[in-house]
Design a protein around this ligand. Structure first.
Ligand SMILES: C[S@@+](CC[C@H](N)C(=O)[O-])C[C@H]1O[C@@H](n2cnc3c(N)ncnc32)[C@H](O)[C@@H]1O
Length: 230
């Protein structure tokens, strides 16, 4: 199938609606596999946000609100999400986890966050989203633009396996097909290279194999989690 046709399929309303239903279920499986790693990240969010004077936390590609349960008490969240069919799930999860305030839902893409002013947010968070954006470098430069100086960007992503591995060759072989299954997501992205070169003052991450993800999720087991400071 051509790239144009794939784009048409995954841009259709039916696909986007179906993907929101899928993510609402899949994020529970992923959360239970990755819980410890998320807890480690999200417990650091409050002191990091306070270190730059506090303020809103921006989540890019917020999806169904799978991270709401992990945000620290009192967090004020701006959720950026391009798929409008995620919105009912975002609102439902905001009600389910009232310790966080869903301040605003911005319908838009991370590559061009027009609604978010320069140096306006205390921290940026994203999980399983740098694999899906169409331009990682532009996304990272937008994240730097909206972060306050000294602000933290926290990420947890599935990434390419080490080169020369059996799984890396499978990831590259099936990347196009994977994009149909997962709304344009790439399973072979070397996200760490983009982070290393994005011009943050500090970049720190660890790679790990999320063994709990089995069967169909085999290609997305290699994970990367960490932070970057503007
Ligand atoms: C795999 S889902 C992850 C959702 C959520 N972050 C989670 O961990 O469950 C990827 C999300 O990124 C969103 N997305 C795709 N392209 C995007 C872009 N260019 N900018 C922002 N979000 C995007 C999708 O709509 C989807 O909600």
């Amino acid at each position: 199938m051509s790239d144009k046709l794939r784009e048409a399929v995954i841009s259709s309303k039916t696909y986007k609606k179906g993907f929101a239903v899928h993510m609402n279920l899949f994020s529970r499986i992923h959360n239970s596999a990755v819980r410890k790693h998320k807890e480690d990240i999200f417990e650091k969010l409050k002191p990091c946000a306070e270190s730059v004077g506090g303020g809103d936390i921006l989540e890019i590609g917020a999806g169904t609100g799978a991270n709401f349960e992990f945000f620290p008490e009192g967090s004020s969240i701006i959720a950026l999400e391009p798929n409008r069919h995620m919105v009912p799930y975002l609102q439902e999860n905001a009600q389910k986890f009232p310790h966080v305030q869903l301040k605003e839902i911005v319908l838009g893409f991370a590559e061009k966050m027009e609604g978010i002013p320069d140096e306006s947010v205390a921290a940026v968070v994203c999980t399983l989203t740098l694999c899906s954006v169409s331009d990682v470098d532009t996304t990272l430069s937008e994240i730097k633009r909206v972060l306050k100086p000294g602000g933290y960007f926290y990420f947890l992503e599935h990434v390419a396996d080490e080169t020369e591995t059996w799984r890396n060759s499978l990831q590259r072989r099936f990347d196009k097909q994977w994009k149909y299954l997962s709304d344009g997501c790439s399973c072979s992205r070397e996200t760490w290279t983009h982070l290393d070169n994005a011009g943050f003052s500090t970049v720190s991450y660890k790679k790990f194999d999320l063994k709990e993800l089995i069967v169909l999720c085999y290609l997305m087991r290699p994970h990367l989690a960490g932070y970057a400071i503007k």
